[in-house]
Design a binder for this molecule. Sequence first.
Ligand code: SF4
Length: 398
Amino acid sequence: MFNFSEIADRAVAGTPASADEALSILRSDDSQLLDLVAAAGRVRRHHFGMKIKVNYLVNLKSGLCPEDCGYCSQRLGSDTEILKYSWLKGDEARRQAEFGLAGGASRVCLVASGRGPSNRDVERVAGMTEDIKANNPDVEICACLGILKNGQAERLRDAGVDAYNHNLNTAKSHYEDICSTHTWDERAETVSRAHEAGMSPCSGLIVGMKETDEQIVEAVESLRELGSDSIPVNFLIPFEGTPLEGVNYLTPTQCLRILCAVRLMCPDKELRMAGGREMHLKTLQPMALHVVNSLFLGDYLTSEGQAAEDDLDMIVDGGFEIVGQDDARALRDRLRAHRKAHAEAMGGNTDDAPAAEAPATLPCGKSAPPAGASAGDGSVTVPTIRRRGAGTVLAPNA
Ligand code: SF4
């Protein structure tokens, strides 16, 4: 039996948790959870203090992807009723990015569906990056455009792209079960390509895809070898109409153990609780902030997150600070006052109104699923499809 506190001592001193130690963490008992979070939290505070980095996603191009990643609502043949649209125009991309910046984000992630960008697409994103940075010089831009070809990473770097995201998602030994249209090696190669070009590699995981504990550890070891600077950990959102529809076995405590294992294996890396955190961590989200040091604000690419104000409440209530902000509480209060004034001006509800009133139907005309519909056993299994923000006329959740 490993001692979490001793693992943390070694991690602080520069020796990350071993694969065996990580496995013991993943298999530890719920009764040990607070000791584990305390150990991982000590490592987090050693490297990042009480800071939280807030990231904001702008989905530049949604759906219509020729690849077949089994977890993805944008995949080939998916009949998930997501928003589908081609490239946002440059000024709209900047407008969407600035909503996130006003909500406290210091990094904007420009994301487009597809196997990988054409050179024309790269030029488009290079232009958007220059435009956003001209108006917001302190922003960090992360591009996420798929598999990169020769010269594309260098072009993005030259335009000012700071980081490139391409998630390994899962272990090499599990990848064939997840996707048949490209390989794990191609993913790893793009992460290396971005790194070699001088962009900060951002690469992480999706857990809850029927992988084993050993495969979670294998994937994190690969991220370590590739030198991923930031590690988003996504928890599977089991979209209807995908092969992983209905796969929902993660528990909140297991999600927290996974985050602790990644923190102790990668002590000084930006660790982000990413998509699916609301659905799977549930009421343990605030506790997870003691382990991770990064999150996405508001909505995800094709599904809705909790209200951005709730994200900020969680940060403020936990005594955390936001990277790039002098006062997280003042930011939260300012946004709340702005929302209230906006709601009053619209003649609507003045009680902490959400960013946008979601319509009862999806863009395709079908009925929208209710927020977090229940499977009947009380567990939330049906994600709420995003139908506000980028690609719509409605204000985003930021
Ligand atoms: S994850 Fe990316 S490459 Fe895979 S189906 Fe979705 S949009 Fe396409």
